[in-house]
Design a protein around this ligand. Sequence first.
Ligand code: GLN
Length: 479
Amino acid sequence: MPGPWSVESLRKAIAERQTTATAEAERCLERIAADPTHAYLTVSAERARAQAAKIDALAEKGAPLPPLAGVTVAVKDIFSTRGVRTTCGSRVLENYIPPYDATVVQRIEAAGAVIVGKANCDEFAMGSSTENSGFGPTRNPRALDRVPGGSSGGSAAAVAGELAIAALGSDTGGSIRQPAAFCGIVGLLPTYGRVSRFGLAAFASSLDHPGPMARSARDAAHLLQAIAGADALDATSAREPVPDYVAALEQPLMPLRLGVPREVFGNPGIDPGVNETVQAALARLERAGAELVPISMPTSPAAIAVYYVLATAEASSNLARYDGVRYGHRAQAGSQPLTLGEMYRRTRDEGFGAEVKRRILLGTYVLSAGYYDAYYRKAQQVRTLIAREFAAAFAQVDLICTPTTPTTAFRLGEKSANPLELYLADIFTVPADLAGVPAISVPCGTSQGLPVGLQFVAPAFSEAKLLAVAHQFEQRTGA
Ligand code: GLN
């Protein structure tokens, strides 16, 4: 069972021949076969077995093992995997088998990870519950009648349900941190450009961030170590040197100035149980020596509105490529042949779900000639203000601390009737995506038995500090 293993304990056990990568991969595949949550869309058993055999051959020779040796990983189905079906949670790509690997996939495999399958997600990462998947929702392993969050809900459910040791997710407006919070695991949003987007199907290119999800900050640090760094295949990837994230976990953090934004904690939408749990976590941080500094981020309440203009605008352009010619599904002619226009229209009508269509329509609207200045340009301007607000806050404090989400995991179907209500699930996560700064969600307790996530946000390229704070918080609380 992958349950007790951490990245380090598994690597050690394989090196000492207490277990083999093959045995652990097989156990993981058996658990996936009995998964009650529908965390995976595709199981890559063959690829997993071949990789595990390579690791075992190294161990047999007594050769040094790579850092992620034998670590079973769930890859969100939005990352391209060579020879393994990649759907992006969409019917439009139901049978798409890519000829190449995403950079993050190639890098974790080069570091020894065993990719066991492709994790379910909201269609093209648009959603907060995984209910927008074209292949049925995923359930929360902590409460099967509830959603795991989204859009990286399958990744979070796989890690929390012990169907993988760690996972890769992507975060455009909260999709790593929100499901991590709902499932009681750690999720890290890296700085924009820290991790290559090559092979990540584009939703909103200026906001898409690949990142790690794991059961501890230490495991997340190992994953980030493997995937971070410049990539010639992504022009927006950063050349900033990659520090040793694992070594930095124990760095002394005190004195630590923690900014607590008034606008967040005064938000009437926060569930009282979440508020109580987060306040108790803040009190623990204070006892550990952190100084809580009230700050104000007056533009942050506009973040959701700004996000739904910019993300939909970018999506409307990025999703134009799914036309039945280049990728995946193609509408078939009936008794009458289809014209080219009809073929495009029917392909997209059949292939895309309701939320994706809504986003394409919204995005096309805000970019259209008469509305570009009123919506798109205005949103860009407010995005700049939000980024400046973070910069100003970080002149005063080291990190900003908030609940990751206003509520705990909700019931399946509870928010499907009203998309706007679902959009609010990301109210505290979206600002960091807009500013391009890193953030982490770490479990901080429960409310009525459901996990609550605590979010820390940091200046650009401060992932080492975020992981250290999360790690030391875990050590103190035994979370
Ligand atoms: N829930 C948000 C949306 O639907 C964010 C999704 C994401 O981060 N990919 O767009």
